[in-house]
Design a binder for this molecule. Structure first.
Ligand SMILES: [Zn+2]
Length: 409
């Protein structure tokens, strides 16, 4: 039997591994991450899988098909969290996938393909500022330069991996070849309000929106807040205010476009000093690459014009960029049938948030199933789902696995 009660209990159990007492913060390669990963590996083994910690800190389990060594259907999600996170974003997908394998194992059932479940060690990118580290390694698109990235304490990723007992040289060997992975399917909470608004427990994802992340630095001149006349100022923060509104205005220009200035640091940061330098970030997302690229170039040129008008130096830097990852039509159809077979209305919707499937898309067709979450809230202690919806999600995932027909691809 699929046991949604156990899924909820396991989400609670993982949430106890947190660096923040009374809340949930679990970052890549932390002691809390080790404890949570060990738990997941034990659940994988209990579900009849061979399971190990891989060189990137992913919990990787494999359930052989009706003969050993067959290509796999890969299932998974991530085990790291943002700061002060919820208990379901990431973890629900890993635990639900293990539940499905456990069901097959209890029936002694083998399929004409293997199933692999991966709990990715890093998706959120909190510690080193680069996202999707675990899934990039598995997809063979991990950039070795990132090993030099430092966490806020100044420790490099390579050193953090070694302290975790992992060997960075082993990362390239994690890359799967095309053909070894028939498809990647991920169950994840919606992180938006669409399913709740429409009274539906699950939805089938059409595509993961692409994103661009920029860092902008504006440099003017610091000066005394009392002595420098207004017309002689080169105030980097006042210019930034214009830039923030410009990003908002351009993003509002299209219903499917979103743009956010989420971080801002003004220097020197004193009540009586004109801000001489400001760094701010811009995050832009859209379901079409052309729409996003167009918005980013408009924002960048407007920001440069604002800087020029105010005689500031302006430096813009692209931190990260990812194109739209479309879900495979044949997998969406199979997921639709799984949703319908469990008695739910089929609803398709795009994903505004990024997911591990963006990386796995490099080597395999992908699809995703969204599960309704309360108020559309995620990345917050208020994140919540009902046990009934966890049940709906795992039943649909199980039905998808049973009808998966990746072999004809
Ligand atoms: Zn997530």
């Amino acid at each position: 039997m699929l046991d949604p009660g156990r899924i909820m209990e396991r989400c609670e159990a993982l949430a106890r591994h947190s660096e923040l007492p009374g809340g949930l913060t679990r970052v890549f390669l932390s002691p809390e991450q080790r404890a949570a990963t060990d738990k997941v590996l034990a659940w994988m083994r209990e579900a009849g899988m061979q399971a190990k910690l891989d060189a990137m800190g992913n919990a990787a389990g494999r359930y052989e098909g009706n003969r050993p060594g067959l290509p796999c259907l890969m299932l998974g999600s991530h085990l790291d969290t943002v700061r002060d996170a919820g208990k379901y974003d990431g973890m629900l997908g890993v635990i639900s996938a293990i539940e499905c394998v456990s069901f097959l194992h209890s029936k002694n059932k083998r399929l004409p393909f293997a199933i692999e479940v991966i709990g990715f060690g890093d998706e959120e990118g909190v510690r080193f500022g680069t996202t999707l580290l675990g899934s990039r390694a598995v997809a063979g698109i991990f950039d070795g330069q990132v090993l030099k990235a430092k966490d806020p304490q100044g420790k490099t990723m390579a050193d953090a991996l070694r302290e975790f007992g992992l060997e960075p040289d082993g990362i390239p060997r994690l890359a799967r070849k095309k053909g070894e992975v028939l498809a990647y399917a991920e169950l994840h909470i919606e992180q938006g309000p669409v399913l709740e608004t429409e009274g539906l427990p699950v939805g089938v994802v059409t595509a993961i929106n692409g994103f661009s992340r920029l860092r902008v630095t504006l440099r003017g001149a610091a000066g005394h807040a009392g002595t420098v006349p207004m017309k002689l100022r080169r105030d980097a923060l006042a210019a930034t205010a214009e830039c923030v509104l410009t990003v908002e205005r351009i993003a509002r220009g299209h219903p499917e476009l979103v743009g956010t200035v989420g971080r801002l640091e003004a220097k020197p940061g004193a009540i009586n000093v004109i801000p001489g330098e400001v760094m701010f970030t811009v995050d832009v997302r859209a379901p079409q690459d052309a729409l996003r690229n167009d918005a980013v170039s408009k924002m960048t040129s407007e920001i440069r014009r604002i800087a020029q008008d105010r005689q500031l130096d302006c430096n813009t830097e692209t931190l990260q960029e990812f194109g739209v990852t479309a879900c495979a039509p044949r997998l969406m159809e199979q997921m639709d049938r799984a949703v319908a077979s469990e008695g739910f209305k089929v609803r398709r919707l795009p994903s505004g948030a990024g997911h591990d499937g963006m990386a796995l898309g490099a080597i395999a067709d992908i699809c995703m199933l969204f599960v309704r979450c309360k108020g559309g809230i995620s990345h917050s202690p208020l994140e919540s789902i009902t046990q009934d919806d966890a049940a709906a999600g795992v039943r649909v995932l199980m039905s998808f696995i049973e009808r998966f027909d990746g072999l004809s691809a």
